[in-house]
Write a protein that binds this ligand. Structure first.
Ligand SMILES: NC(=O)c1ccc[n+]([C@@H]2O[C@H](COP(=O)([O-])OP(=O)(O)OC[C@H]3O[C@@H](n4cnc5c(N)ncnc54)[C@H](O)[C@@H]3O)[C@@H](O)[C@H]2O)c1
Length: 442
């Protein structure tokens, strides 16, 4: 099939590439000319495992190309997907100006020769956005333009986006148009996954409800972690015991610094705002947010309690990305933590396997007392504390003897529970984590 994707970011690029991988002919459109030029030159603007090889393979096979022209996209794809940002506004509601602009651009790209098009919203949007997209396209497109509107939310996780896209848990197709349903079923025919066909509004709601539920699981386990800390229980054991219940499941029950990233914080805010505007104040989700915010403050409290004052303290930080296996630092809790410690006068040296460059570009740390290390051990030289802020698997394989040798004082604050208190203490390292008993170093 011929598919076009407007917006070639994390979602557009990975989705477009995976559609090409299963045999579709895909044109990815982006209005960032620099990004399109990079991609045309075989350079990949993001780090995502397995993505680069698939892009090269499918570009060489003639199934994947890049352009800045929405007209070209609309001329090419019988299915035109929108994958542009939907950032939060200061009041938590969604800024839909990118979606509205693309809807207009798609409408204005229709010509007399353009056949039927399915206009698919892949961005995460508030319920009823599909109606607005349909109205907008109808208003700006030629009177005889034929199109259907569909909501097809994306559930990929950064860090394993290619695997998620090629083997999705489910595919949601939300449309009230039979022709659009048939075409979307063709798009997803090569994928082995259950398909949920719904109206547009239900599909839109599924995405916000799913992300909010996952955030709820994270805040729930963090709240239980607080009770563990107060009672001497171990959150890792508690999570294991809860998670083996098939009705609950183990995933997203990892106590730590809480959720961040480009999706959860904004999507939870959006769902609260949408619910409020529909007349339902979603108090449960407000608590989810509050627990998440408090989680960072509580962790900082632990650091302050041990270091007393942070002024002039040299602190090593492992992790900048908002999660493992990505270079994405948007709404990264690690960066928030670093900012707080810098504000209190600490000198930070940071290490991340992939996100140093994105942190330099987007972290807003110009002039700050922040330097970047060559590797995870060099980061520790003369440090008075190590803070583990991102759950990179490599951090779990720490050589404690090397850590002790490098640090000025062997003190670890593990915000992701990657190391074990028993091992750290047996190596003579003072170690604090989240929701687990503290064992004094032997
Ligand atoms: N990142 C994720 O893990 C993820 C997962 C599921 C859903 N989503 C949702 O998908 C949407 C996109 O997220 P993302 O992370 O890919 O964003 P992104 O910022 O990485 O990419 C968006 C791209 O759209 C381009 N763009 C903006 N306006 C455009 C226009 N008028 N024409 C053409 N291109 C335009 C930008 O240049 C950018 O490259 C959001 O709604 C997000 O909530 C994201």
């Amino acid at each position: 099939m011929k598919i076009s994707i407007i917006g070639t970011g994390y979602v557009g690029l990975t989705t477009g590439t995976c559609f090409a991988e299963v045999g579709h002919h895909v044109v990815c459109v982006d209005n960032n000319a620099e990004k399109v030029a990079m991609l045309r030159n075989g350079k990949i603007p993001i780090y995502e495992p397995k993505l680069e090889e698939l892009i090269i393979k499918n570009v060489n096979a003639g199934r994947l190309s890049f352009t800045t022209s929405t007209e070209e996209g609309v001329a090419h794809g019988e299915v035109v997907m929108i994958a542009v940002p939907t950032p939060p506004q200061p009041d938590g509601s969604v800024d839909l100006s990118f979606i509205e602009k693309v809807a207009r651009e798609i409408a204005e790209s229709f010509t007399e020769n353009t056949g039927y098009r399915v206009i698919v919203d892949k961005s995460t949007v508030p319920v009823k956005t599909g109606q607005k997209v349909a109205e907008t396209v109808r208003r700006y497109a030629p009177a005889n333009a034929e199109f259907g509107v569909c909501s097809n939310p994306e559930f990929l996780r950064e860090g394993c986006a290619v695997d998620d896209l090629l083997n999705p848990d489910r595919i949601v197709i939300g449309t009230n148009d039979d022709k659009a349903t048939a075409l979307m079923q063709q798009v997803y025919a090569p994928f082995i996954a259950p398909v949920v066909v719904t109206d547009v509004e239900s599909a839109e709601l599924i995405k916000h409800a799913a992300n909010s539920f996952l955030a709820l699981k994270i805040s729930y386990i963090n709240a239980v972690g607080r009770i563990c800390e107060k009672s001497g229980a171990d959150i890792e054991k508690v999570a294991e015991g809860i998670g083996m219940d098939k009705r609950i499941g183990r995933s997203f029950l990892n106590a730590g610094l809480g959720y961040g990233g480009s999706c959860f914080p904004k999507d939870i805010k959006a769902f609260i705002s949408i619910s409020e505007s529909l007349g339902y104040p979603f108090e449960l989700l407000k608590q989810v947010e509050q627990i998440n915010e408090d989680q960072l403050s509580l962790f900082l409290g632990k650091i302050r309690e041990k270091l007393w004052v942070l002024q002039e303290k040299k602190i090593a930080v492992w992790g900048l990305a908002f999660k493992q296996n990505t270079d994405d630092v948007r709404e990264s809790v690690a960066l928030k933590l670093i900012k707080q410690m810098l504000n209190e006068g600490a000198a930070i040296t940071a290490w991340d396997p992939e996100a140093i460059e994105t942190c330099k570009r987007f972290g807003n740390f110009e002039g700050a007392n922040l330097s970047y290390a060559e590797d995870k051990y060099a980061c520790l030289d003369d440090a008075e504390a190590l803070v583990i802020a991102t759950e990179w698997p490599d951090f779990a394989n720490a050589d404690f003897a090397e850590i002790k040798k490098r640090m000025k004082t062997p003190l670890i604050f593990d915000g992701r529970n990657l190391l074990t208190p028993e091992t750290a203490s047996s190596q003579g390292i003072e170690y604090y984590s989240v929701g687990r008993p503290t064992i004094q170093p032997s």
